[in-house]
Design a protein. Structure first.
Length: 422
């Protein structure tokens, strides 16, 4: 038995964007079979759709990029965000128009094309309107500042200046807002960073510099009173070039060196004082610049030096003068370091000469005492050697002495009991 299967295949002729082709549709399962005849119109259809979507999307991205590149204000504005969103979505709006354009049929072609083009035209019109509006305004920035959105107000005012929209009023308000922020700062470093980067007018920048300098001088005074040289140096490094030589800044640095040096004096630390003064010289300070240090150190150390020097110069006991030699050396060395430009009660050389003379005097006295003890010992030894022997009956030997031979001595007195000098 022979079975016979039949199925019809329908051929569909089509036209897309003026390009003709044909498709085959099988009757038994309804599948569409593309062949060489259908490739050209469908490729043209896909290519033109991609070109339309890409063109409108690229135009939207170009418009959004131009809008955002004008100033940071436009990047963060609502109009800028919507423009970027429309640029990504607008390409899809051209699909109805492209599809309608691909179909044949002239009687309704114009009306249908216009209807299909409406979404793309609306998307393009919205982009153009958004790009042309939503610019910065001084009054809007002022309202933002009053509401507490100072950072947004500053960005909008900066955009006004850049785009020439009431630039003078915008610059003045911009700098007024920055000066208010500066008044709230406690860090001189932050204040100088604000001064150097964002002010738009010379007047505002000058006012800010004065405020930052006042804040720095106040901080310098606190650090200087505490003798914190590292803190003072940090603040000086934060100053703009040229302000480090300002007389008020140098006075604060001199005070810091003086306070540190006085702390060294209080601890009687010569190495600390010497290091502090060396650091002051490296910073360009001369002894005259540290006059407060000299006067204060003199008042603190001179009475002790004068008292010890009087003891050394007077004819007091040796023990008192030796103690004075010990006491005077350290405060005198500190005094000479800190008060090199002042008349001092004495000098290290004079003290050392007096102390060396005292040492020689003590050595001579000790030598005399040693010789006296030696003579006394010799006298005791001679007295013992020539003393008569003591007999057992309590009498002294008439012929025998302690330093001689004891043979036959005290023979009639019970024998020798010992030396009479023991």
């Amino acid at each position: 038995m022979v079975q016979r299967f039949e199925s019809h295949v329908w051929t569909l002729h089509c036209q897309l964007f003026g390009s003709q082709g044909a498709l085959e549709i099988t009757e038994w399962d309804g599948s569409v079979v593309e062949g060489t005849a259908s490739a050209r119109p469908f490729q043209r259809h896909r290519g033109l759709l991609a070109a339309g979507v890409g063109s409108l999307t690229g135009l939207g991205l170009l418009l959004a990029g131009w809008y955002s590149s004008r100033h940071l204000f436009f990047v963060s504005s609502l109009h800028g965000l919507v423009l970027w969103l429309l640029a990504l979505v607008s390409g899809l709006a051209v699909l109805p128009f492209a599809r309608r354009l691909s179909l044949p049929g002239k009687p309704t072609r114009q009306r249908a094309l216009f209807s299909a083009a409406v979404p793309a035209l609306l998307a393009l019109a919205c982009q153009i309107v958004l790009a042309a509006t939503g610019g910065p305004q001084v009054e809007h920035a002022r309202n933002l500042a009053q509401q507490g959105a100072t950072d947004r107000a500053l960005v909008e005012l900066s955009a006004c200046v850049t785009l020439g929209r009431e630039p003078e009023a915008a610059a003045r308000l911009h700098d007024e807002l920055l000066l208010r922020q500066l008044a709230l700062l406690n860090s001189p470093v932050d204040a100088w960073r604000l001064v150097g980067s964002r002010f738009l007018t010379e007047h505002g920048r000058a006012e800010a510099a004065n405020g930052a300098l006042a804040l720095t001088l106040s901080a310098l005074d606190r650090e200087a009173q505490a003798g914190n040289l590292d803190g003072v140096d940090f603040l000086v490094r934060s100053l703009p070039p040229g302000l480090g030589s300002d007389s008020r800044v140098r006075a604060a640095r001199a005070l810091a060196f003086a306070q540190r040096a006085l702390a060294c004096v209080d601890r009687h630390s010569g190495s600390c004082l010497e290091g502090t003064l060396a650091r002051a010289r490296q910073a360009g300070f001369q002894p005259d610049d540290l006059e407060p240090l000299a006067q204060t150190a003199y008042r603190a150390l001179a009475p002790e030096v004068e008292g010890s020097w009087r003891v050394l110069s007077a004819g007091t006991s040796t023990e008192l003068r030796q103690a004075a030699c010990t006491r005077i050396r350290e405060p005198l060395a500190l005094l000479e370091l800190a008060c090199s430009g002042l008349a001092l009660p004495t000098s290290t050389d004079a003290v050392e000469r007096r102390c060396r003379a005292l040492d020689r005097e003590v050595e001579a006295a000790q030598a005399r005492k040693a010789r006296l003890l030696e003579r006394q010992q010799e006298q005791r030894e001679r007295a013992w050697a020539t003393a008569p022997l003591l007999c057992r009956d309590g009498t002294l030997s008439p012929s025998c002495i302690c330093g001689g031979s004891h043979r036959g001595c005290c023979s009639h007195h019970g024998g020798v009991a010992g030396c009479s000098q023991d």
